[in-house]
Design a protein. Structure first.
Length: 566
C-alpha cells in the first residue's frame, strides 16, 4: 500500500429513512454532516437493499444474499414450510462470514453500537460474530428512551440491549438511542491504545418508529409541514432537479392512491399529521448532529483522514402504523400509550409518519418499505473520505448492499477467505475500481442481474429493465409488471405486453436467481400461529416443520400462494 497505513472503516446505517429526506438527496431536513460526506465523496442514486431491515443487515455484513445468510424471511413472517429451513433460520447463520470477523483476523479493531436484529441468543449476538466491543439493541424496534418499550408483545422476546454479549437490564436516565450509540462508538475509538486500524459499525435505530426525540429537538421543524404532502413533494422534486439527481422533465409522482390526500383530512388530522412529520425530521437532524460529534472526535484523534465512510438507509420509508405490529390493536395502543397531542414524540408515545408521508419521503420513487418497488429497495448511499478519490459525484451505477463487504476488503488489501467449504458465495462486487479517479470501470454491466424477494414481493433488475411482482394488498398477486427504469423511474408504465421477449428474459432471470439462492415459496401457513411468539423466537431446529402439501417450482421447494400481510 505504498507505506500508507491501513484505512479505518466507518459504516453508518440509518433505519427507515426515505430516499429524499436528507439534504444531499433533495430533502428540506437539515443534515449538514451528511451533506459534507456527499461533497467529499460519491453520491449513488441507484443503490439497492432489501425491502425490510434485518435482511438488508444480513447482506450488508456478510456480502451474501439474505436467502443464503439466514434471513430468507423476515421474522416473524416465516411460513411453516420455511421455518428453520436452510437460509431461513431467522438469524445470521454460520454459512457466511461477517466484515468484522474477517477484519479482526487481519488485525483490525472492530466496534459496533446500535441495532443488530440478526439474532438474540448469546451465540448469535454481535460479540459472537466478530465485534470486539459492542453495545447493541438486539431487536427490530423499541422506544428510543430508557423505558425499553417493545413495539408489540410479539417483539418482546428480542427487545433487549446487550453490551459485549451481556444483557443490559437498565439504561441511563438520560438515554436517547442516537446520542447513546454515538457516545459508545466515540468511547471505543478513544479508548483504543494502539495504532491498529478499526472498523466501526454505527447502526442508528432512528428514524424508525416510535417517533421520539429529546424535548429540546421537538420544535425544530414547527410549521414546516403545515402545507401538506404535495407541497413538500414538489419542493423536493424541484431541488432534486437542481442537484442533478433526477431528469429535468420528470413529472410529479401521483402516489399509490392507497392513502387520503391532504385535502381529505380534517383540520385536526392535518395538524396531527404535520406534527408527526416534524418529529420524524427532528430525529434525522439529531442523528446528523451526532455524526458531527463523531467526525469531530475522529479529527481530534487524527483518525478522520484515514477513515472511509459508508452511509445508507436500510430500506425505504416506513408506511406502517402502530397496529401493524401484531397483536397490537387500536384499542391497545390507545389504552397503553399516551398519544395525546401534547405528548407527541415524548416517552410513552407510539407514532409513525404513516403511508402518505412515507411516499413523500421516497420522492420521486413509488411505494415504500415492504415492497420491491424502488421506494422500498432504493435508498441513499454515500461513500466518502480522503481515500475515495472522486468528489461530489452523483452516479447511476447499479449497486447492491452486498457490495460493501468486497469493497472494504479491497481497500484493506484482503482476500475473502475460502477455507470453509460451507461458505456461501459472495453476491456483491467491489466498488473500489469505480471510486478511484484513474478508472471508469463500471461496477456492473447491462448483463448483470440483481434479484429481490421478501414476503413474496419479488423483483429482478437487469440493465435498465426491472420486473416486479407484488402480493396483496399492494399488488393483485397474479401478475408481473415490466418497467424501463431509465425512462420510467416512477414505475408507472407496465411494458409487459409491449415487450414480451424482454418480459420472458427477465422472468427467466428471476427463476435462475430463485434457484441459486434457495428461495422457498411460502405455503401461506404462518409458523408464528403454530408455535406462539416465545417458541418462534427460540429458532429451535426441533420446530422445523415439513410441508404437507404443495406444488414443486423450479426451486424444487414446496410452494403455495400466500398473503403475509399483518
Amino acid at each position: 500500500m505504498n507505506n500508507q497505513r491501513q484505512p479505518n472503516f466507518l459504516l453508518i446505517v440509518v433505519d427507515d429513512m426515505g430516499y429524499s429526506d436528507c439534504e444531499p438527496f433533495g430533502g428540506e431536513i437539515h443534515t449538514p454532516n451528511i451533506q459534507l460526506m456527499a461533497e467529499h465523496g460519491v453520491r449513488f442514486r441507484h443503490f439497492h437493499v432489501s425491502s425490510l431491515c434485518a435482511p438488508t443487515r444480513s447482506m450488508l455484513l456478510s456480502g451474501c444474499h439474505n436467502h443464503d445468510a439466514g434471513l430468507g424471511a423476515m421474522p416473524t413472517m416465516h411460513a411453516t414450510n420455511q421455518y428453520m429451513q436452510p437460509g431461513y433460520e431467522g438469524y445470521l447463520n454460520s454459512n457466511v462470514l461477517t466484515i468484522p470477523e474477517i477484519l479482526k483476523e487481519a488485525g483490525y479493531h472492530t466496534y459496533m453500537a446500535g441495532k443488530w436484529h440478526l439474532g438474540e441468543h448469546e451465540e448469535r449476538r454481535p460479540h459472537a460474530r466478530g465485534f470486539e466491543r459492542v453495545f447493541s439493541f438486539l431487536g427490530g424496534g423499541v422506544s428510543h428512551f430508557n423505558d425499553q418499550r417493545a413495539l408489540s408483545a410479539f417483539e418482546q422476546p428480542h427487545t433487549k440491549y446487550s453490551e459485549d454479549g451481556r444483557t443490559v437490564e437498565n439504561l441511563p436516565d438520560d438515554f436517547y438511542s442516537s446520542d447513546y450509540y454515538t457516545d459508545k462508538i466515540m468511547q471505543y475509538v478513544t479508548e483504543q491504545t494502539d495504532q491498529q486500524p478499526f472498523f466501526a459499525y454505527l447502526a442508528f435505530t432512528s428514524p424508525h418508529d416510535p417517533l421520539q426525540v429529546p424535548d429540546n429537538w421537538l420544535d425544530k421543524y414547527k410549521g414546516v409541514y403545515d402545507g401538506g404532502y404535495d407541497a413538500i413533494k414538489e419542493k423536493r422534486r424541484q431541488r432534486m432537479k437542481e442537484l442533478g439527481l433526477i431528469p429535468k422533465t420528470l413529472t410529479e409522482n401521483e402516489g399509490s392512491g392507497l392513502f387520503k390526500s391532504w385535502d381529505e383530512l380534517t383540520p385536526e388530522e392535518q395538524k396531527e399529521a404535520a406534527r408527526r412529520m416534524e418529529i420524524y425530521a427532528a430525529m434525522i437532524e439529531n442523528l446528523d448532529w451526532n455524526l458531527g460529534r463523531l467526525f469531530n472526535k475522529l479529527k481530534e484523534l487524527n483518525q478522520f483522514e484515514d477513515t472511509i465512510i459508508f452511509f445508507l438507509s436500510d430500506n425505504g420509508a416506513n408506511p406502517k402504523d402502530p397496529t401493524f405490529y401484531a397483536p397490537n390493536s387500536e384499542a391497545f395502543i390507545q389504552s397503553n400509550f399516551d398519544n395525546s397531542f401534547e405528548n407527541y414524540g415524548r416517552i410513552n408515545s407510539f407514532l409513525s409518519i404513516g403511508g402518505a408521508w412515507a411516499e413523500v419521503a421516497n420522492t420521486p420513487l413509488s411505494y415504500f418499505k415492504l415492497t420491491t418497488y424502488e421506494g422500498g429497495t432504493q435508498t441513499p448511499f454515500i461513500v466518502s473520505g480522503k481515500r475515495v478519490h472522486k468528489r461530489g459525484v452523483i452516479t447511476d451505477e447499479l449497486l447492491h448492499v452486498t457490495d460493501l463487504l468486497p469493497t472494504i476488503l479491497d481497500y484493506a488489501n484482503l482476500k475473502y477467505p475460502h477455507t470453509n467449504g460451507n461458505l456461501k458465495p459472495l453476491y456483491g462486487t467491489s466498488l473500489k475500481p469505480y471510486l478511484q479517479e484513474e478508472t471508469r470501470q463500471p461496477v456492473r454491466t447491462e448483463f448483470d442481474v440483481l434479484g429481490f424477494e421478501m414476503g413474496e414481493a419479488k423483483a429482478v433488475i437487469k440493465g435498465d429493465w426491472k420486473l416486479v411482482f407484488m402480493p396483496p394488498p399492494i399488488g393483485k398477486g397474479d401478475e408481473w409488471h415490466l418497467y424501463n427504469l431509465k425512462e420510467d423511474l416512477k414505475e408507472e408504465n407496465n411494458l409487459a405486453a409491449e415487450f414480451p421477449e424482454k418480459f420472458k428474459e427477465l422472468r427467466a432471470e428471476w427463476e435462475a436467481y430463485a434457484l441459486a439462492v434457495g428461495y422457498i415459496k411460502s405455503n401461506g401457513d404462518p409458523a408464528l400461529a403454530k408455535l406462539g411468539f416465545e417458541e418462534f423466537f427460540r429458532f429451535d431446529p426441533k420446530n422445523r416443520m415439513e410441508p404437507e402439501t404443495g406444488t414443486k417450482e423450479a426451486t424444487g421447494k414446496e410452494s403455495e400462494p400466500v398473503n403475509l400481510g399483518d
